[in-house]
Design a binder for this molecule. Structure first.
Ligand SMILES: Cc1cc2nc3c(=O)[nH]c(=O)nc-3n(C[C@H](O)[C@H](O)[C@H](O)COP(=O)(O)OP(=O)(O)OC[C@H]3O[C@@H](n4cnc5c(N)ncnc54)[C@H](O)[C@@H]3O)c2cc1C
Length: 309
């Protein structure tokens, strides 16, 4: 096993010294604004660097986690004893050709939606208010207001751990509800082509801004959160179950079930990841007792969590 000091040197040689941080607080990188430290936090500025980094990770059998925009993530207060990888500027490009938008996986969905609208391309409106990166949205098959990434993906470029770079088409991505191939096969989305349809720019912009106004009205966007905490159980709405189980306003430390939208757990100020996790467990218990339904977290948990601590 390589020592931390030697690993730090090797990472700096590959990624560049300024791109390697140690003991980096993940609360700076997660929309919950909570969580512990990553032992190493490495920004890979381009694909060559990323591939070299993954080779080192394979050789040394190191723990790694690929961070998108951190908008669906809760990192344990105990931290993560591995390498968190963030994709940098070389993964941020967006280009438009006829009905196809091609973007790097670090590009924000909101930016891609704007670029599509500027070219009078419709299909991204549903995603314009989702605060994730393209890579995170493809991994999660993010969706809202009747649309999901599955509807618009043509193909996805993925670095598969231990294999290299492959191009996967829409069917190959095995998209399902908040599910994709990446949930069962470890890989890193490098970029994707999205097939959209020609429309009228003003109507596209109007639809997107209408959906975003609905978000502002219904969701507690004024507080840090990770959006919907739980997946929608078949035949139910998580927010309604949570509300009907009497959980609205329930809190643990600085974490609280939003009064505005019970599907959201919010950080009301200085919530720890433990507070948030504890509240998630209490909400699950209450809903199970009231309705016999076990809510499954949509939020990705990274590191060790224990309900009792
Ligand atoms: C206010 C708010 C509103 C939200 N509304 C919605 C909504 O309407 N619909 C919805 O679906 N979600 C919503 N979300 C949740 C979140 O924005 C989405 O799940 C988003 O797709 C996550 O993207 P991210 O880049 O932030 O990913 P992260 O949170 O950083 O990561 C999520 C997962 O994707 C993986 N991942 C990220 N990038 C890559 C990559 N390049 N390659 C491989 N794996 C990768 C991570 O390892 C992790 O497993 C909301 C969140 C907030 C805070």
């Amino acid at each position: 096993m390589v020592s931390a000091a030697l690993l730090s040197e090797k990472l700096a040689v590959i990624a560049g010294e300024g791109n390697v941080l140690e003991h980096e607080s993940m609360s700076r990188h997660c929309s919950f604004r909570a969580g512990g430290e990553a032992r190493f936090f490495v920004t890979a500025q381009d694909t060559d660097i990323l591939i070299k980094l993954m080779k080192l990770i394979e050789e040394e059998e190191l723990e790694w986690f690929l961070l998108g925009n951190g908008s669906n993530l809760l990192v344990s207060d105990k931290g993560y004893d591995g390498i968190v990888i963030k994709l940098g500027d070389g993964f941020d490009d967006i280009s438009v050709d006829a009905d196809t938008v091609t973007a790097g996986s670090a590009a924000a969905l909101s930016r891609i939606a704007v670029a599509a609208a500027e070219h009078s391309l419709s299909g991204m409106e549903f995603a314009s208010g989702i605060p994730g990166s393209l890579g995170g949205a493809l991994t999660m098959n993010a969706g809202a207001y009747g649309g999901e990434m599955k509807d618009i993906v043509r193909d996805v470029r993925i670095y598969f751990f231990g294999e290299g770079v492959c191009s996967i088409d829409n069917a190959g991505m095995e998209f399902g509800y908040r599910y994709s191939l990446l949930k069962k096969r470890r890989g890193i989305v490098l970029g994707s082509s999205l097939r959209l349809t020609h429309g009228i720019k003003e109507e596209i912009l109007k639809k997107a801004s209408g959906l975003n106004a609905q978000r502002r009205e219904k969701q507690p966007l004024e507080y840090p959160s990770a959006g919907s905490t739980f997946k929608r159980p078949e035949g139910y709405f998580a927010g309604k179950l949570i509300s009907d189980a009497g959980c609205k306003g329930m809190s643990a430390g600085g974490a609280c079930v939003s009064e505005k939208h019970a599907g959201f757990i919010i950080n009301k100020g200085n919530a720890t990841a433990t507070d948030i996790y504890r509240l998630m467990c209490r909400v699950q218990d209450k809903v199970r007792q009231a309705f016999g339904v076990m809510l499954e977290p949509e939020v990705i948990l990274l590191g060790a969590f224990d309900e009792n601590k």
